[in-house]
Design a protein around this ligand. Structure first.
Ligand SMILES: Cc1cc2nc3c(=O)[nH]c(=O)nc-3n(C[C@H](O)[C@H](O)[C@H](O)COP(=O)(O)OP(=O)(O)OC[C@H]3O[C@@H](n4cnc5c(N)ncnc54)[C@H](O)[C@@H]3O)c2cc1C
Length: 339
């Protein structure tokens, strides 16, 4: 007999959701068409508590970061593999304005407890982390395949309602929102990342000035990420995406700047698609017209931080009937006239 809940998509969203259900003893099946186009395979998994040109705390980070770390640490323990690396960020100033903004915000306490020591060139951000999302989804897939919980196939979510009580779309860039919300609620942005061969980097320090350099393993680092809106809205456009010379040159330039004279070579280049909602907050909840269709998407560039929180909202919703919080409830983008 089919499980009452089908999760469609096993990137970071589907994996964290399915794992959360598993911990709570909620029966589910999961289907995934393959990780080839999954953002979770390409993304760097960085959780940085202070980001952006305006030097701001990531929204909700004080509550979301401890929750996220508990989830990934528990997976690590259960699966006996490393997934979380605590990091410090060496954020280098771009200009005098950034220097001034940091001084003002530090003085007001706005960036506490994450903004650390500052000097003329930059400042330290404490309590960052790197989650190995590629390893996480690969290991979860192996386990659920072995347990007969995961099917490797593309699923039509609406047709799947004939066999399941609830179908939750965790489909990333492939299908952002489906019927009631429509793609109008989502924007896609293409991102590219280089893998560098480079010696002598401190393993727990992320270098950041606009772009970043992230040490990943001995003599390897990732350099990223570009952000180009559009160009990935159709299935055909996504299938045709290939790493570009422009992105490689842009990332090589910023890596050379961040590595301050250290020599490196480029070992690989990857491309992926991020999905963000129109208001830059994620999407969770039920389709207003077909409540048996649910969604968990639009994690933007902060999937590692946000996924455990959204999974918790789904759990509370199913077990206690708690409504989704207004800031994530996909109903805010309801499209008149849609299914
Ligand atoms: C270049 C780049 C850098 C990034 N860096 C970071 C970072 O440093 N930190 C961070 O937190 N986030 C980062 N992100 C964002 C992060 O990767 C995403 O937020 C997250 O991985 C999205 O996960 P997801 O599960 O929603 O989507 P995906 O990982 O894309 O997974 C969707 C899955 O659904 C499957 N699927 C889709 N439709 C169907 C269907 N009909 N039937 C069956 N299966 C289906 C797909 O095959 C895929 O496996 C980055 C992203 C990119 C592209």
């Amino acid at each position: 007999m089919p499980a009452p809940i089908l999760i469609v998509g096993q990137g970071l969203a589907g994996t964290v959701l399915a794992w959360t259900f598993e911990q709570a003893g909620i029966d589910f099946e999961i289907a995934d068409a393959g990780h080839a186009g999954a953002a979770s395979r390409v993304g760097a998994g960085i959780i940085n508590p202070i980001t952006g040109q305006r030097i701001v705390k990531s929204r909700g980070v004080d509550a979301l970061l401890p929750r996220a770390l508990v989830v990934y640490r528990t997976m690590e323990t259960q699966w006996g593999m490393p997934l979380v690396r605590p990091m410090r960020v060496r954020r280098l100033f771009k200009d005098e304005r950034e220097r001034r903004v940091l001084a003002e915000k530090k003085a007001s306490g706005e960036l506490a407890p994450y903004a650390g020591a500052a000097d003329a060139d930059g400042f330290w951000i404490e309590s960052a982390a790197r989650i190995d999302t590629a390893a996480l989804i690969t290991e979860a897939r192996r386990r659920w395949l072995a347990a007969g919980r995961l099917r490797e196939e593309r699923v039509d979510p609406v047709a799947a309602l004939a066999r399941h009580d609830l179908v939750i779309l965790c489909t990333g860039a492939e299908d952002c929102g489906g019927l009631a919300w429509g793609d109008a609620a989502c924007e896609r942005a293409v991102g590219e990342i280089l893998t560098l061969a480079v010696d002598g980097l401190a393993p727990d320090v992320l270098l950041n000035r606009g772009h970043w350099v992230l040490p990943t393993e001995p003599r390897r680092a990732k350099a990223g990420a570009t952000y180009v809106r559009g160009g990935a809205d159709s299935t055909a456009a996504r299938a045709a995406l290939r790493p570009t010379g422009d992105a490689r040159r842009e990332l090589e330039r910023s890596a050379a700047d961040l590595l301050a004279g250290r020599t490196f070579t480029v070992a690989a280049q990857e491309i992926g698609v991020r999905v963000a909602s129109a208001d830059r907050f994620p999407l969770a909840g039920r389709n207003p017209r077909e409540p048996r269709l649910g969604i968990f998407n639009a994690l933007g560039s902060k999937g590692a931080l946000l996924a455990p929180w959204l999974a918790h909202q789904w759990l509370n919703h199913l077990t206690e009937g708690v409504p989704f919080s207004a800031e994530v409830d996909a109903a805010r983008f309801r499209k008149p006239g849609a299914v």
